[in-house]
Design a protein around this ligand. Structure first.
Ligand code: C5P
Length: 209
């Protein structure tokens, strides 16, 4: 049985936490597609041509340490504007989406480009200030030295690049359920996501992942 849950939205809106909770709830496999772009961005920072890096990417590259840093996030959004990079990552994501047992993919273009036929689509968002505050607290907790204003500027820069690129820009699919987490705690956001997915026909625990 294939059942795809597409969860899109900007950085630090709560997509990752919601996706993991939803995958555990339904027993589905989960792919954080941002990691694919981060792995390519990281290789670009090390001097590899981004398209070659994307063509040569293997699943083990997603386990590399240090993919979640702010610098790698910015590099990821740079390589993500290159159509050849996006094309190279397409088949892997599509195969994952239609795997047996159900799949949750989170990213920017899952419901619009990677899997327009997804059974359930969510668009998770929050104000840039709320997202920057969350990301800032995460970075500081992880030992990074930064300040809120820098993180807010990075967030806006990344939003702008993601929303204005020609190929697969960040935007909600027409049939996506919108969840604004600006004023929600994580439990409320997960509950809203699960309710929306159940209304599209998924049953808890039906996956085999
Ligand atoms: O979600 P995350 O912050 O890890 O994504 C890093 C960058 O990768 C995003 O800013 C975006 O430019 C790119 N990305 C994308 N399409 C996806 C997932 C991520 O373009 N499906």
């Amino acid at each position: 049985m294939a059942f795809t849950i597409a969860i899109d939205g900007p950085a630090a809106a709560g997509k990752g936490t919601i996706s993991r909770a939803v995958a555990a709830h339904f027993g589905f496999a989960h792919l954080d597609t941002g990691l694919l772009y981060r792995a390519v961005g990281r290789k670009m920072l090390e001097g590899t041509d981004p398209t070659e890096a994307a063509l040569a990417l293997v699943p083990e590259d997603l386990q590399t340490e240090g993919l979640r840093t702010a610098d790698v996030g910015i590099a990821a959004s740079r390589v993500a504007v290159i159509p050849e990079v996006r094309a190279a990552l397409l088949d892997f994501q599509r195969a994952f989406a239609r795997r047996d047992g159900g799949a949750v993919l989170d990213g920017r273009d899952i419901g619009t480009v990677i899997c327009p036929e997804a059974e359930a689509k969510l668009f998770v968002t929050a104000s840039a200030e709320v997202r920057a505050r969350r990301r800032f607290e995460e970075l500081v907790a992880g030992g990074a030295e930064t300040d809120y204003q820098t993180v807010l500027n990075d967030t806006r820069e990344r939003d702008h690049r993601d929303a204005t690129r020609a190929d697969a820009p960040l935007k909600p699919a027409e049939d996506a359920v919108m969840i604004d987490t600006s004023k929600m705690d994580i439990d409320a956001a997960v509950a809203a996501a699960i309710a929306a997915i159940v209304s599209r026909g998924a049953t808890a625990g039906e996956g085999t992942a």
